[in-house]
Design a protein around this ligand. Structure first.
Ligand code: NAD
Ligand code: IPM
Ligand code: MN
Length: 354
């Protein structure tokens, strides 16, 4: 039977705590299915940096190449500058493996806490498709006259025709399959190069999908509508930075960062894709068993989908939902008193009965 080789990068802070639980769940699913997982752990992250002066092995990218997927916890911890830890590990992997699609579901599961009043649960069901390879995260810029009065820093957003078109096309393909609308979130009024171009490409690509309804919002108004009228949004496509910000906002709508999952996909499958919760290393709660592992577990469910085991992916999501409805085994961020591993164990238990 098929064996999937998974590179595990637990990373920093609560990363290892939540990834442990995700692995438990994946093992359980494999036990009940006709495939296996082979997990290989890589100890990369901020502790590794303190010891070795680098975030990952020199040939780290090469080492990861042969895996079917990467399962990552979180990167970044006080003591190592964030721009170093992130650029040398997480962002490096996204870039080197051309994981240009970042899929982040913002779906309010039954039982999940929601800060909004007067919205129906089913009205919060968005699928964010975040551009994940360029834009504001191109790493292009300059730092001139450092420390002088005329000091200037530049951070250039890079929007290539190829990069912009492929992410928008991916969103349309997804929406067409799901029979949903596509909403583009941009900022063409102020960003008079990048976002004017983005809007133009969106308009061009949309012509190839006459059956897919489209909407386009400025990012400021979109942030308001996400809260006041979340039902407007189905499939959403947006740039790297806007997608980063709006998905933390979305996470808050759908139960919090402890529940928000993401997949970094290379659709061509030329390189491994990477699955990770969208939250960070949460230094404020790390090492105490307080972290909610459900985001990591949900991203494991996305991994199952990606491998073509959508029924198993659905099963994991259903187990998460059942646990939320029961409200008996929840971490403190969801109002409970359970520990990280108790939540993981309960998800495994719920899978038993499926
Ligand atoms: P964060 O997501 O780590 O935490 C924000 C808040 O949410 C904290 O109060 C935290 O306790 C809470 N939280 C997050 N995940 C939780 C969980 N699973 N269960 C319960 N509560 C949870 O964001 P931050 O504090 O801004 O960043 C901390 C570090 O993580 C920084 O170094 C940052 O650069 C990095 N970071 C990494 C990633 C990643 O690896 N993908 C993502 C975001 C931030
Ligand atoms: C995320 C994170 C990363 C991002 C950071 C840690 C570089 O916030 O995955 O949402 O901005 O993409
Ligand atoms: Mn983020």
């Amino acid at each position: 039977s098929k064996t999937f080789k998974i590179a595990v990068i637990p990373g920093d802070g609560i990363g290892p705590e939540v990834i442990n639980e995700g692995i438990k769940v994946l093992q359980k699913v494999a036990e009940q299915s006709d495939f296996q997982f082979e997990f290989t752990h890589f100890p990369w992250g901020c502790e590794y940096y303190v010891e070795h002066g680098k975030m990952m092995a020199d040939d780290g990218i090469e080492q990861l190449k042969s895996f079917d997927a990467i399962y990552l916890g979180a990167v970044g911890y006080p003591g190592v500058p964030d721009h170093i830890s992130l650029w040398d590990l997480l962002l490096k992997i996204r870039k080197e493996f051309d994981q240009y699609v970042n899929i982040r579901p913002i779906t309010l599961l039954k039982g999940a806490p929601c800060p909004l009043k007067n919205v129906k649960r089913e009205d919060i069901d968005m699928l964010f498709i975040r551009e994940n390879s360029e834009g504001e995260y191109a790493g292009a810029g300059d730092w001139l006259f450092k420390g002088k009065p005329e000091e200037v820093v530049l951070q250039t957003g890079v929007f290539s025709r190829k990069g912009t078109e492929r992410i928008i096309r991916y969103a349309f393909e997804t929406a067409q399959k799901m029979k949903k609308s596509v909403t583009s979130i941009s900022k063409g009024n102020a960003l008079n190069y990048s976002m004017v171009f983005w809007d133009q490409v969106f308009e061009e690509v949309s012509r190839d999908y006459p059956d897919v309804p489209t909407y386009s919002y400025l990012v400021d108004a979109a942030s308001m509508f996400m809260i006041t009228q979340p039902k407007r949004f189905e499939v959403v496509v947006t740039s790297n930075l806007f997608g980063d910000i709006l998905t933390d906002l979305g996470a808050a709508l759908a139960g919090g960062l402890g529940l928000a999952a993401g997949a970094n996909i290379n659709p061509e499958r030329a390189y491994p894709s990477m699955f990770e919760p969208i939250h960070g290393s949460a230094p404020d709660i790390a090492g105490k068993g307080l972290a909610n592992p459900l985001a990591a577990i949900w991203s494991a469910s996305q991994m199952l989908d990606f491998f073509g085991y959508e029924q198993q992916g659905r099963m994991v999501l259903d187990a998460i939902e059942q646990l939320l409805v029961e409200k008996e085994v929840l971490t403190p961020d969801m109002g409970g008193t359970a520990s990280t591993s108790e939540v993981g164990d309960r998800v495994v238990e719920l899978l038993n009965n499926r």
